[in-house]
Design a protein around this ligand. Structure first.
Ligand code: SAM
Length: 263
């Protein structure tokens, strides 16, 4: 579709409770604060509502009161911006707020799942019980990123105990059971023979992939053995050593370009 043909993008709001066939939807909480306080939208204005599970509807604001904005639903928006490829990012926790950055970029690049794990060489990051508030924060970042890029699906984000749990697929069992046509790719900085291009070119019809990225300190030899035991193939992203967050973005982009086409 030419840029001129792109419909004016109406403001998008996340309502997890939205179900197919709803005649009206209530916007409450943070989304209402944004609608009223930041965007200062008024009754009669057009909006888009998505439930983060693939359903998007167009609507018009009927009423705005203190606790909620009522939106009457005009119809479903069937234009999907989802990738045709299911990609799960298995990402070693990295320092500081770079994990937030990885969540945001993984959503924009169409990931359908993000599993963080504490690798052996991960600098201890999350104190006891900190995992929950990080997951809540990452979920918020994922919702904002999905709104910004126009996705209808918000990827599931989870925390695996260690690389063992991450590569075993406990966080996304359905996908790991996909079997045929499901690529398990370990991005290994020390790999010198097979490139990611070699691997993707051998499976052009693949429609699901797991991408395993290591921590700042890199993978240990036992990580490589363990990942191989779980069906992961080590591949290189080239001769330069990338930061973990750069490797995540590069690998996601390459997989989308090769297997989905990004068209
Ligand atoms: N400490 C490692 C070293 O100096 O060799 C670097 C680790 S790198 C910062 C973090 C992760 O990014 C790696 O574990 C790997 O998953 C990925 N990565 C970085 N550069 C890569 C490359 N050229 N090929 C494949 N993966 C790469």
């Amino acid at each position: 579709m030419s840029l001129q043909g792109k419909a004016m993008k109406t403001r998008s709001f996340f309502v997890g409770e939205l179900e197919k066939g709803a005649a009206s939807v209530l916007i409450t909480g943070d989304e209402l604060k944004h609608l009223r306080g930041v965007l200062r939208l008024r009754e009669g204005e057009a909006v888009t509502i998505f439930n983060g599970r693939g359903l998007v509807v167009k609507g018009v604001i009927q009423r705005i009161v203190k606790q909620a904005a009522t939106v009457s639903v005009l119809g479903e928006d069937t234009e999907s911006r989802e990738s045709s490829v299911h990609v799960v990012l298995l990402q070693a926790l990295v320092k500081g707020d770079k994990n937030d950055f990885i969540v945001q970029k993984a959503v924009e690049l169409g990931a359908t799942g993000i599993v963080f794990y504490a690798a052996k060489r991960t600098v201890p990051l999350l104190g006891p019980g900190r995992g929950t508030d990080r997951l809540i924060r990452w979920r918020r970042i994922a919702i904002e990123a999905a709104k910004q890029c126009g996705r209808s699906v918000i990827p599931g984000i989870s925390l695996a105990d260690g690389i063992e749990e991450a590569v075993a697929g406990h966080a996304c069992p359905r996908m790991f059971k996909a079997g045929k046509g499901f690529l398990k790719i370990m991005l290994l900085e020390s790999e010198t023979t097979r490139t990611i291009k070699d691997m993707l070119r051998t499976a052009p019809a693949a429609k699901a992939a797991a991408l395993l990225i290591g921590p700042e300190g890199g993978f240990t030899d036992e990580d490589v053995v363990h990942a191989a035991k779980n069906g992961f193939t080590p591949v290189s992203l080239g001769r330069r050593i990338l930061r973990a967050e750069t490797a995540a973005i590069a690998a996601l982009t390459i997989v989308q370009y090769e297997l989905d086409g990004m068209d």
